[in-house]
Design a protein. Structure first.
Length: 116
């Protein structure tokens, strides 16, 4: 006699039938969640603003956490400017610039035109 095993996946959020396993990654961890079509759409809608501006990772197979080491500000990830110098100039000239992260293009343009 044959044995037949049937796997029935239900939505992890609301228990509805006909769910599918969805994988996603965040901060170096990969997650799986079983979601119905409706909840998959809700997840996609919630992530859409972030996905629209994110870069796809091309590399090894897994999701990796970005380096936790902090730069001293001498340069910014291969940029052709000295982020520390730009921030110092901006501070001295009353130009608002974030303390961390990317320096807005408008600030860089002001810095470059002042240096010319």
């Amino acid at each position: 006699m044959a044995t037949k095993t049937i796997t029935h996946i239900t939505d992890d959020l609301d228990g509805t039938s006909d769910a599918e396993t969805v994988k996603f990654g965040l901060w170096g961890a990969t997650y799986e969640i079983d979601l119905s079509e409706d909840n998959q759409k809700k997840l996609e809608a919630a992530l859409e603003p972030f996905l629209n501006v994110a870069r796809k990772s091309t590399g090894g197979g897994g999701v990796r956490r970005a380096s936790t080491s902090r730069s001293t500000g001498s340069s910014s990830g291969g940029a052709d400017y000295d982020a520390k110098a730009v921030r110092a100039w901006a501070s001295a000239n009353g130009v608002s610039v974030p303390a961390r992260g990317r320096i807005p293009k408008t600030v860089l343009e002001q810095y470059q035109s002042a240096a010319s």
